[in-house]
Design a protein around this ligand. Structure first.
Ligand code: NCD
Length: 363
C-alpha cells in the first residue's frame, strides 16, 4: 500500500508515468470507464473545496467507482473531538482509498501513519498540496510541451500557499528550471523550501516584490490568492489581499507564449479581462485536475506498492522537543508524539516531522 502525502513521495519517473496515463485517459476515456468498478473513494474534507473535492469525485465516478464522504468538519465526528487517526481507521472499513483535506499542517501524514487504505493528501493547512501539483505539471506539459527549460514566476502568497510549496518541490527536480518568486515581504517563501529544496538543489531563483520587473523573462506565471484563512490577524489580510492584480496592461511586456496559471479560486489577483487572453490557462488547468486524479487513483489502487513515503531518517528525537507551530496538527491532537528529524546535519537543523517547521533545540 502506498500514500501520497508529499510530492516527494513520487519519483520523477512516477510523475511522468502519471502524466502519460492522464494524457491517455483524455484521448481514450472509454478504456477507463470500468477500471474502478466496485471500488469506493472517500473524500474527507475538513476544509472548504470546490475543484479538489469535486474533481476527485468526478474522477472516481468516471473510472466506474463510487464515492462517499463529508465536505466540512461540522458534518463529521471531528466536531465531537474525534482524532484524524481514528476517523481514517474507521473510514478504511468503508472505502478503498481516502482523499483528505485538513486545516492543520501534517494532518495527512498522521492519517497515513494510521490508515489501512491509501491516503491522498488533498491539502494540509498551508503546507502541501501534491495533487494540485500533479494537476499543474500536467497543465505545463500539455500547454508548454515540456517540463524542463522554464522560467517560472510565482506570485502572491508564497508563505501560506500550499500549492506553491509543492510546485517548487516538484519543479526543482526538472532540468534548467529558474524561479522568480514574487511576493510582499510578509508573504515570502518559507525557510524550509528555500534551504531544503532550492538551495540544496542549486536551483536558480530570485525574490522580488514587483510583478512587472521580470515579466518579459517568464514562460509561466503562476498567480495565487492571499490565503485569508491562514492569517491570525484580519488587518494583515486586508492590507495584503490586493497587493497584486494581474491585468492586460501588466502583460504588455510578457512573452507571446506565456502560460498564465492559477490553482483557483481567484479572488482579485487576476482581472477578468485576462480570461479571454489565449495565454490564460487557469480554467483548462482545473479540467486537467480530474484526469491526473484519475491516473493517481488507478495507480494507488492497482499497484502493490511497497511503502516508500518519508523514509526514516537516522537521527530523530521523539517527545524530546515540542513543535510550537500553532498551525501544526500537534497543536490540536495532544496524544500525538512530537517527532523532530535532523533535516540538515551540517547546520544541525531539526524540523517537525509533521509540519516541517524549524525546531530550536535550545527551546
Ligand atoms: C488551492 C488550495 O486549496 O490550496 N485550491 C485548490 O485546491 N485548487 C488554492 C487556494 O485555495 O488558494
Amino acid at each position: 500500500m502506498r500514500h501520497l502525502i508529499d510530492i516527494k513521495d513520487l519519483s520523477i519517473e512516477e510523475i511522468n508515468a502519471l502524466i502519460s496515463v492522464a494524457k491517455d485517459i483524455i484521448q481514450n476515456k472509454e478504456k477507463y470507464q470500468r477500471k474502478c468498478q466496485g471500488k469506493k473513494l472517500a473524500t474527507l474534507f475538513y476544509e472548504p473545496s470546490t475543484r479538489t473535492r469535486l474533481s476527485f469525485e468526478a474522477a472516481m465516478i468516471e473510472l466506474g467507482g463510487n464515492v462517499l464522504g463529508f465536505s466540512s468538519s461540522n458534518s463529521s465526528s471531528a466536531q465531537k473531538g474525534e482524532s484524524v487517526g481514528d476517523t481514517v481507521r474507521v473510514v478504511g472499513g468503508y472505502a478503498d482509498i481516502i482523499a483528505m483535506r485538513h486545516p492543520k499542517e501534517g494532518a495527512a501524514l498522521v492519517a497515513a501513519m494510521k490508515s489501512e487504505v491509501p491516503i491522498i493528501n488533498a491539502g494540509d493547512g498551508g503546507h502541501n498540496h501534491p495533487t494540485q501539483t500533479l494537476t499543474d505539471l500536467l497543465t505545463i506539459q500539455c500547454e508548454k510541451g515540456r517540463l524542463s527549460n522554464l522560467t517560472i514566476g510565482i506570485c502572491g502568497d508564497l508563505k501560506f500557499g500550499r500549492t506553491v510549496h509543492s510546485l517548487i518541490t516538484a519543479m526543482s527536480r526538472y532540468k534548467n528550471i529558474k524561479f522568480v518568486l514574487i511576493s510582499p515581504e510578509e508573504l515570502k517563501i518559507p525557510d524550509y523550501i528555500k534551504k531544503d529544496i532550492l538551495e540544496k538543489n542549486n536551483i536558480e531563483y530570485l525574490e522580488t516584490n514587483s510583478l512587472e520587473e521580470y515579466m518579459d523573462k517568464l514562460d509561466i506565471l503562476y498567480m495565487t490568492r492571499v490565503q485569508r484563512e491562514r492569517f491570525f490577524n484580519e488587518e494583515d489580510y486586508i492590507r495584503l489581499k490586493d497587493y497584486y492584480i494581474l491585468n492586460k496592461e501588466k502583460l504588455i511586456s510578457a512573452k507571446k507564449d506565456l502560460c498564465i496559471m492559477h490553482p483557483l479560486p481567484r479572488v482579485n489577483e487576476i482581472a477578468t479581462e485576462v480570461d479571454d487572453d489565449p495565454r490564460a490557462a487557469y480554467f483548462k488547468q482545473a479540467k486537467y485536475g480530474k484526469y491526473i486524479r484519475m491516473a493517481l487513483i488507478l495507480n494507488l489502487l492497482e499497484e502493490k506498492h511497497v511503502q516508500k513515503y518519508h523514509p526514516e531518517l537516522p537521527e530523530k528525537l521523539v517527545n524530546v522537543i515540542k513543535c510550537k507551530n500553532p498551525r501544526c496538527i500537534t497543536s490540536i491532537e495532544q496524544e500525538l508524539p512530537h517527532i523532530c528529524v535532523l533535516a540538515d546535519k551540517e547546520n544541525k537543523i531539526y524540523r517537525c516531522k509533521y509540519c516541517e517547521e524549524k525546531i530550536d533545540k535550545g527551546e
